[in-house]
Ligand binder design. Structure first.
Ligand SMILES: Cc1cc2nc3c(=O)[nH]c(=O)nc-3n(C[C@H](O)[C@H](O)[C@H](O)COP(=O)(O)OP(=O)(O)OC[C@H]3O[C@@H](n4cnc5c(N)ncnc54)[C@H](O)[C@@H]3O)c2cc1C
Length: 603
């Protein structure tokens, strides 16, 4: 069975040393509660829960899957009990608003904990994970009554939430949805339609499930301008706020799928069920975006969590597994062969995983600070600045960390050789679980269009400039620092090139909008690599300073500099290929006719 130790030392490095979380928390209202001691205690206790409670259920949950019997879904053995412990421990309410029963701690702390959950049991983590988005949508857009009825229960975790968007004929293009909502005489709505692929749509972990559902009113305009958001409880709350009469929403079937077997992916039937409008009519998509943005960061963290889990196990295996001798001569002459960690190619794979795990953690925690400021910051201009960065970085967190997460988990299998392909070791599960992260909450292609089209080009490059200016400032400040030259020089060049590439696409797009779609995924990956380069350069600076100050943890800081160096020398050159591909433009993609695609016959 795979093992896992929460990366507490690295979390402390990023939070305390690199991003000065203690000062960040001290400035947030309510954040003063999150003293370094409290943060350490919470992270340590979360690490224990992840390792001792969630990890042992990961493989069994994958093998057992969920079961639909008489309309009721049973999650795998142990999931319900683990969830009860989670609720009793107060974990769901950690970062929620005290006005709704939350503990008011910063979101970033919950995000750091979420990495551990994703590393140890992704499928389980999606049951509480979706509730956060549902709670966010109700907090921002729900009426007082809706908040009183549903929000506290979601915050406490006694009820869980879902997000019901996708229908059989549409996932990306939600303007096509067919689910209808007809007003009833008492001000509620009767909702009819079928939703598919609904994560945690039905299960036995909590006493009630709160579905947030997109549907169209009878007089709704066509397309995405005519979508409204509704709250549809599985059990209609009674006068005391407890689960009352069963509503007509039901699980028609469970999907059999490639990974996350322990999470119920449901076809949900809404047969004239009772629902309540959330937010203004026809503005449902905007309301749902609140939920989707939170969920997108959550999915990026899934990519990170799986990367870390795969890395730790691949590293342990590579130290242990004996095969062949090092090219330069035996390294363990007393043993029949050398451990595979001596081979450069195995090190390439391990360091790729390590760099993506540490780089991803920095990206998540940097973005998490922006989220804290957007939610709780006191200064309007600071909030606006953080909002711009959060909005720019969200598609990068989501898509880049899941793309490299899939690569990293695949490398984990490769380090294990044929054993990686065998179920028992748990490495192939990580790949299967990682695969979905590139798809749901908007595919990589859609995140890339969001980044390049909506975030960058629609703001005439202004949002990007906010970030590239910050990088430029860092590079200028460290220009004369010889110890950082290997990082700062290449970073400054790439930072300038990022702007030039953006302008190039913008110019081409004036003649042909397809140029945006043709460049977008390479642009997103390029952006992800440059962003991680900036963060690794800052990490290297921090590590150098700790070494100069005579730290007694020299090995940790030296490893950090080595990892940054590996990243700059062996991963960052991928930007060269992405830049060339961006410049290759739309023509090579668009030349073939959709009818026969150059095959000479129609498919
Ligand atoms: C296990 C699982 C869990 C899920 N959980 C939920 C959930 O809880 N709630 C929910 O509502 N949904 C959920 N989904 C649905 C998921 O979000 C969608 O599958 C996803 O958004 C893609 O939609 P689609 O499958 O309809 O693909 P399509 O929209 O048909 O897309 C097919 C391909 O075309 C590409 N494409 C489409 N339009 C464009 C474009 N304009 N430009 C470029 N490329 C484009 C896409 O990137 C993709 O590669 C889940 C799905 C799965 C498999």
């Amino acid at each position: 069975m795979p093992d896992y130790q929460a990366p507490l030392r690295d979390l402390r490095f990023v939070m305390d040393e690199m991003l000065d979380y203690p000062a960040h928390y001290a400035r947030l209202p309510g954040g003063e509660e999150a003293t370094p001691d409290v943060v350490t205690a919470i992270l340590e206790e979360g690490a224990r829960f992840a390792r001792e409670v969630l990890l042992p259920l990961n493989q069994s949950g994958d093998q057992e899957g969920c079961l639909l019997e008489g309309g009721e879904v049973k999650a795998p053995k142990g999931f319900r009990e683990a969830y009860q412990q989670f609720v009793e421990g107060g974990w769901p309410s950690l970062a929620a608003d005290p006005a709704h029963g939350g503990q008011g701690l910063p979101h970033s702390l919950a995000m750091a904990l979420n990495e551990m959950i994703c590393s140890t049991n992704l499928a389980w983590g999606m049951y509480p994970g979706l509730s956060h988005g549902a709670a966010d949508a109700l907090r921002h857009h729900g009426t007082e009554e809706q908040q009183a009825t549903y929000l506290t229960k979601l915050v406490e975790g006694v009820w869980t939430g879902t997000m019901c968007l996708t229908e059989p004929h549409c996932g990306t293009d939600l303007g096509l949805i067919k689910t209808r909502a007809v007003p009833t005489a008492d001000g509620a709505y009767e909702i009819t339609g079928t939703k598919i692929f609904i994560s945690a749509g039905e299960h036995d972990l909590a006493e009630n499930i709160v579905h947030l559902v997109l549907a169209k009113l009878p007089d709704a305009p066509e397309g995405s301008k005519g979508i409204s958001l509704f709250v549809v409880p599985k059990f209609l709350p009674d006068a005391e706020g407890n689960p009352g009469k069963r509503n007509g929403v039901s699980c028609g079937s469970l999907e059999h799928k490639m990974g996350i077997h322990g999470n119920a992916t449901c076809v949900m039937n809404f047969d004239g069920v009772r629902g309540f409008l959330v937010g203004p009519p026809n503005k449902g998509l905007a309301c749902m975006f609140t939920m989707m943005n939170a969920a997108r960061l959550g999915v990026g963290i899934q990519g990170l969590g799986l990367t870390e889990a795969s890395f730790q196990n691949a590293l342990a295996y590579a130290r242990d597994r004996l095969q062949m001798r090092a090219l330069s001569g035996p390294k363990a002459p007393e043993r029949p062969a050398d451990p595979i960690i001596v081979h450069p190619d195995v090190r390439r794979m391990l360091l790729t995983q390590k760099a993506f795990a540490e780089g991803g953690r920095m990206l998540v925690l940097y973005t998490a600070q922006m989220l804290d400021i957007v939610e709780h910051g006191q200064d309007a201009s600071e909030r606006e600045h953080a909002e711009t960065l959060l909005s720019l970085l969200t598609p990068i967190v989501k898509a880049f960390l899941t793309e490299v997460g899939f690569e990293a988990t695949n490398e984990g299998v490769q380090v294990f050789g044929g054993h990686g392909f065998i179920q028992e070791w748990g490495m192939e599960q990580l790949v299967r679980d990682a695969r979905i992260t590139r798809l749901y909450e908007g595919t990589t292609g859609i995140q890339a269009l969001d980044l390049l089209g909506r975030k960058v080009l629609m703001s005439q490059g202004e949002s990007l400039k906010v970030f590239t200016k910050e990088i430029h400032k860092f590079c200028k400040a460290e220009e004369a620092n010889g110890e950082l030259a290997e990082f700062v020089g290449p970073l400054a060049k790439l930072n300038a090139e990022w702007g030039e590439l953006t302008m190039g696409i913008g110019m081409k797009a004036m003649n042909d909008r397809e140029e945006v779609g043709a460049a977008s995924v390479d642009y997103l990956m390029y952006s992800g690599y440059v962003t991680l380069a900036y963060l690794f350069a800052r990490a290297a600076k921090q590590a150098r300073e700790a070494l100069s100050a005579g730290s007694d943890e020299a090995a940790f800081y030296e490893a950090k500099i080595h990892t940054a160096r590996f990243y700059f020398q062996r991963l960052l050159p991928r930007t060269l290929a992405h830049a060339r591909l961006i410049q290759a433009g739309a023509e090579p993609l668009m030349a073939l006719s959709p009818e026969d695609f150059g095959l000479g016959f129609e498919i």
